[in-house]
Design a protein around this ligand. Structure first.
Ligand code: 13P
Ligand code: SF4
Length: 366
């Protein structure tokens, strides 16, 4: 099986989008009264502007609560895309990272898409520049180009398919069954997992998520010994040594579903710890344990929390609703091309859902 690692250094040469830059822009903690006042102000502004808040499970708990309290959504990246496309609101406020805002804009060009901070990016997106990626694709014209959602609009414009972690396995499996060879980008861990599960011929880009890449198999083994019977829940952006120990491998929604429906005494969670907020709400009383990472606060890059997700706060949310800035723009030629691969994914998942409806209800079913 052909599998080539593309050597690319993740960090921007100027350091402009480094994790240090992101951590420096993470809003300071709020007092309880500040939090309440800002949440109230944001709710009023959402109403005034006919806007809806579309949040990811990794953002701060108060933002997640606000989204749910005001008729918005907290979800995985696939559901965020669907919700934004289908909602009647003329303004979408995306609390997450830039590719999520771009996807919303690509699917709904007539809507205004705001984000609290446009510097909120993703190491997978940073690690896959469109020009380099185009050269990679040009060199392998015989392959179907499948890209993860965590990429720029320009990268998506080169792709045949976009996937998220909730539907990647099914889509690649289907392509493989049809005899297609695949060019996969950018997450090497998710790509390897899918390659192992499906047996597909996949040529890989060499990108990684700085949060999941830091989970460690050896430390996880030790933790499991300390908590016999605990169910191990792993996001597939994690390294092989961690995925191999998983009881459940899946998207953020699938991991939440596993906690809600599981009857284990405890759950070890190997994904961004922002997800624990929603898990605690949906499965009160269940014991949730964070999976171990490569270091502690002095040595790890993320400490199991995405610095770009952490840049979203109530204060910059209020600012963006008041000023209408920053707004996501995607140039029309890129948008039209990028829309194609996203719509293919949405059509595929909708067709699968129709086929299996009544069989796999619940959180996270694609
Ligand atoms: P999900 O699609 O599983 O929510 O993942 C998005 C993401 O950025 C994970 O790091
Ligand atoms: Fe990207 Fe990882 Fe952050 Fe998700 S958690 S947005 S994959 S850096």
């Amino acid at each position: 099986m052909e599998q080539q690692l593309f050597d690319y250094t993740k960090q921007d040469a100027a350091g402009a989008c480094s994790t240090a830059h992101a951590w420096a822009k993470v809003p300071a903690p709020l007092t309880t009264s500040e939090r309440h006042a800002l949440a109230e102000r944001a709710a009023a502004l959402l109403k005034k502007h006919n806007a809806v808040l579309v949040a990811h499970y990794y953002v701060d708990g108060p933002l997640q609560d606000l989204a749910l309290a005001t008729g918005g959504i907290v979800s995985d990246s696939l559901e965020m895309a669907r919700f934004g496309r289908d909602h009647a609101a003329q303004t979408l406020v995306v609390a997450g990272v830039r590719f999520m805002g771009e996807t919303a804009k690509i699917l709904s060009p007539e809507k205004r898409v705001l984000m609290p901070d446009l510097d909120a990016t993703c190491s997978l997106d940073l690690g896959c520049p469109a020009d380099d990626f185009a050269r990679f694709c040009d060199a392998h014209p015989d392959r179907q180009v499948v890209v993860y959602a965590n990429t720029s609009a320009a990268v998506k414009a080169r792709a045949d398919w976009m996937v998220t972690s909730s539907c990647a396995l099914e889509i690649v499996s289907d392509l493989h069954a049809k005899g297609q060879k695949i060019l996969w980008a950018p997450d090497r861990h998710l790509g390897r997992y899918i390659q192992e599960q499906t047996g597909a011929d996949m040529l890989m880009w060499n990108g990684a998520c700085i949060v999941h890449d830091e989970f460690r198999g050896l430390e996880l083994e030790i933790l499991r010994e300390q908590h016999p019977g605990a169910l191990v829940l792993v996001h597939p952006e994690s390294p092989k040594s961690v995925v191999e120990q998983a009881d459940v491998v899946g998207s953020t929604s699938a991991l939440i579903k596993a906690v809600v429906e599981g009857n284990a005494p405890a759950y070890i969670v190997a994904t961004d710890n922002g997800i624990l907020h929603r898990m605690r709400q949906l499965a009160p009383g269940k014991v949730l344990i964070e999976a171990p990472t490569a270091g502690n606060s002095a040595t790890c890059k993320s400490c199991a929390h995405c610095p770009w997700m952490a840049m979203n706060g109530l204060a910059n949310l209020v600012d963006c609703l008041e000023s209408g800035q920053p707004e996501i723009h995607v140039d029309e030629a890129t948008r039209v091309k990028a829309q194609h691969c996203i719509n293919r994914m949405l059509d595929f998942t909708a067709a699968r859902k129709a086929q299996t409806s009544g069989m796999t209800p619940g959180i996270g079913a694609a």
